[in-house]
Design a protein around this ligand. Sequence first.
Ligand SMILES: *[C@@H]1O[C@H](CO)[C@@H](O)[C@H](O)[C@H]1NC(C)=O
Ligand SMILES: *[C@@H]1O[C@H](CO)[C@@H](O)[C@H](O)[C@H]1NC(C)=O
Ligand SMILES: *[C@@H]1O[C@H](CO)[C@@H](O)[C@H](O)[C@H]1NC(C)=O
Ligand SMILES: *[C@@H]1O[C@H](CO)[C@@H](O)[C@H](O)[C@H]1NC(C)=O
Ligand SMILES: *[C@@H]1O[C@H](CO)[C@@H](O)[C@H](O)[C@H]1NC(C)=O
Ligand SMILES: *[C@@H]1O[C@H](CO)[C@@H](O)[C@H](O)[C@H]1NC(C)=O
Ligand SMILES: *[C@@H]1O[C@H](CO)[C@@H](O)[C@H](O)[C@H]1NC(C)=O
Ligand SMILES: *[C@@H]1O[C@H](CO)[C@@H](O)[C@H](O)[C@H]1NC(C)=O
Ligand SMILES: *[C@@H]1O[C@H](CO)[C@@H](O)[C@H](O)[C@H]1NC(C)=O
Ligand SMILES: *[C@@H]1O[C@H](CO)[C@@H](O)[C@H](O)[C@H]1NC(C)=O
Ligand SMILES: *[C@@H]1O[C@H](CO)[C@@H](O)[C@H](O)[C@H]1NC(C)=O
Ligand SMILES: *[C@@H]1O[C@H](CO)[C@@H](O)[C@H](O)[C@H]1NC(C)=O
Ligand SMILES: [Cu+2]
Length: 670
Amino acid sequence: MSDTTRQEEKVALASPAGQSGSGAKGKSSTGGKNRTRNLIAGALAVVVVLGVALGVGLGVGLKKHHHDSTPALAPGNTSDITAVVSRAALLGDLDRWQGSKRNFSISSTPTTRTFNWTIDQALSSPGALTKPVITINGLSPGPVLEANLGDRVIVHVYNNMTNETAIHWHALKQNGTNYYDGTYSITQCGVPPKGSFTYNFTVQDVGTTWYHAHKAAQYTDGLFGPIIFHAPNETAAQHKYDDEYTFILNDQYNTVSTALEWRFTATGTGIDGQPGDEPSPDGGMINGVSQSRCAYIPASDLVIAERRRGLGLQRDLGMQRKVSQRKRSDTTGTLYPETNHCGDLTTDYYNVTLEANSTYRIRLINAGTFTTTVFSIDGHNLTVVEADGVSIEPFVAQSVELAVAQRYSVLVTLDQKPGAYWIRNVLGTDQLRYTGPQFNETTLGVLRYAGVDTATLPADTPAPDGVQFGTMTPFVPADKVDAPQPTVQQNVAFNMQYTADNKHYMFFNQTSWTPLPPGQMALSAINASTAANATYIAANIGDQLNYINPSYGVFDLVVNSQDDGSHPFHMHGHTFFVMSQGTGHFYGDSSSFNTTNPMRRDTIFIPSYGHVVLRMIMDNPGIWAFHCHITWHMEIGLLLTLTNLPSEIAKFTLPDDLLANCKVNAQNGW
Ligand SMILES: *[C@@H]1O[C@H](CO)[C@@H](O)[C@H](O)[C@H]1NC(C)=O
Ligand SMILES: *[C@@H]1O[C@H](CO)[C@@H](O)[C@H](O)[C@H]1NC(C)=O
Ligand SMILES: *[C@@H]1O[C@H](CO)[C@@H](O)[C@H](O)[C@H]1NC(C)=O
Ligand SMILES: *[C@@H]1O[C@H](CO)[C@@H](O)[C@H](O)[C@H]1NC(C)=O
Ligand SMILES: *[C@@H]1O[C@H](CO)[C@@H](O)[C@H](O)[C@H]1NC(C)=O
Ligand SMILES: *[C@@H]1O[C@H](CO)[C@@H](O)[C@H](O)[C@H]1NC(C)=O
Ligand SMILES: *[C@@H]1O[C@H](CO)[C@@H](O)[C@H](O)[C@H]1NC(C)=O
Ligand SMILES: *[C@@H]1O[C@H](CO)[C@@H](O)[C@H](O)[C@H]1NC(C)=O
Ligand SMILES: *[C@@H]1O[C@H](CO)[C@@H](O)[C@H](O)[C@H]1NC(C)=O
Ligand SMILES: *[C@@H]1O[C@H](CO)[C@@H](O)[C@H](O)[C@H]1NC(C)=O
Ligand SMILES: *[C@@H]1O[C@H](CO)[C@@H](O)[C@H](O)[C@H]1NC(C)=O
Ligand SMILES: *[C@@H]1O[C@H](CO)[C@@H](O)[C@H](O)[C@H]1NC(C)=O
Ligand SMILES: [Cu+2]
């Protein structure tokens, strides 16, 4: 019996009479603005669309046509996951999303807050089918991590999974505690299976952010949650509002991430025979609730054709490839079976009842793996007052678009006719190379005014289409800070390339990141005797492009994209000044930049073939990753590091449990 079949059976047990679609895509990708390829063409698509339409229209399940003779789905085997968690248990107490129901006092008197987290795997059903999930204390999304500026946060993590993990506290400065940044293989070795690790840091940041696994694509399976840091003097908190609420939004995959990643990285994959097709989500989520119905991975294709992204531009820049490319007619690719199963469990809308005539500070987080998302509430304006922890001058919009890993706070006043209104999380589809059966980019939730019957559903109104606060919308920070003059400027370009071993990776210049061997981490490369030895650091820190900043300085990072997709980049440990963001490449002269209170944030969207110029102050010692937050892209190498103040790094005392975990991992080859 193949693993696929086993997995299928388990799903069938938890999801009786699961409806199965045909293998095909119900809907063709739009192909996107600059996408070089479209997926489904001709007769096949017609047959398929008709098939799905009939299946849905007549209420009959389509026949299974898979599994019996297909090869085993080797990686991502989830047969060892046996615990089944109900949807209600997975979501936990829904009151946790509302500020006033969390029993938290905003204060300027620091305290210590201790959390015990057990990370585990289980089967559960956020949507219509049962799928593997990763939970924290049984929850996905995980608990709200809430604290005040200056508090000490201690998180004892116990890893009850069969693989290592590491938890990154997105956008936290971690000034002095780089070893608690949680970046697998860079600032820590993984927390081993049945092992523990204690994160212990002070809160140096304010606003809305999130935590997530920084090991492989584990957060795609649900290992993420919100972080809310308060300060009585936070500028965004000076607006008048009655309460706050959090919506953590994402694209959702119903196949375990290890299988998706294997499919994405295996030699010889690709929808139309060309590698580099990121796994598409099966739907979206609002606070862990999904209306998705299917799990779909398209089959790989053994006929490999040559495909290069952005080669013309690459030549313009005179870039070299690390490994030569070659014709790929000699592929030894593994045939990966199309997998497709659907569920028939009842799905829910995430729904919340709030007070009429009240104003809420709604915190929005895109905890997605791949796509941007657009948030809106029918009939209500959103006044944006915070972006990635930075208080901003209010901006009134009808919808807010978040690139992966970005956050906003919006003020919403319940000043409309008491009733029920749709909350929308609409995934961006322009980067999707395929969509599975019954895919719908819109995930709905319900906002009800207090007193409205909980059975009332909103009217069938269209999504708001007015002003959008988008991924390229400039904003003005409310706490004015001028950008200092740079002391260093570095340019990098990135793209996707094929390598001699028939794989596809993403590169910054000639380098592509990959984790160090088991039990190793970049931070170990720096100690009192090596801190001044750039040669030694370069040789021991890993494959990635690494810039060493030996002393305090102001660093301009120019990033030019040679890729047809768009990418959300995140800088660990820093809030950068955005000196430039746009389409086309930056070859220019930084002396013309506006340095008066420029935009500041920690996650920035780079459009197709576009650029950004980011200015950062190098006063925070550590090895800090800068990477694309599309997990699939980071996993194939789109990560570089800044090594700041190595002589200060050398003074760190690495925690005993961190070093012990490195030893355990080295011994076990994890
Ligand atoms: C553990 O990680 C390996 C390598 O990424 C993967 O092949 C395997 O499926 C993972 N196991 C689980 C249970 O996630
Ligand atoms: C965490 O677990 C330890 C040991 O089991 C226990 O002593 C402690 O009270 C727990 N702390 C919290 C905050 O739950
Ligand atoms: C860890 O998982 C096992 C099953 O694999 C379960 O029996 C045990 O209770 C879990 N431990 C914790 C601390 O949740
Ligand atoms: C956390 O770090 C502080 C400062 O180094 C230390 O005093 C404290 O004992 C640590 N707490 C834990 C639980 O490790
Ligand atoms: C808020 O107070 C902290 C010190 O508690 C200070 O560092 C910070 O700059 C203040 N922020 C604002 C916006 O005034
Ligand atoms: C509203 O949420 C509750 C859980 O709080 C859920 O049981 C119910 O199905 C949801 N309502 C609708 C209409 O989906
Ligand atoms: C909200 O305000 C309107 C207009 O002032 C008023 O008619 C209504 O009674 C108020 N509703 C509540 C619940 O206070
Ligand atoms: C929303 O804001 C627009 C201006 O951007 C305004 O014209 C409109 O009346 C506002 N709508 C509501 C419901 O407040
Ligand atoms: C997707 O969902 C929205 C909201 O429920 C609905 O209006 C739309 O018709 C759906 N689209 C498809 C293709 O089913
Ligand atoms: C990366 O490539 C750019 C563009 O070709 C070049 O200007 C830059 O010097 C390179 N940087 C490094 C560190 O190789
Ligand atoms: C720097 O490290 C290299 C090994 O990577 C070594 O050969 C060299 O001697 C070191 N230089 C100094 C000054 O210690
Ligand atoms: C980090 O701490 C150092 C030393 O206390 C300080 O000089 C620097 O300004 C801090 N940087 C940030 C970003 O807080
Ligand atoms: Cu990317």
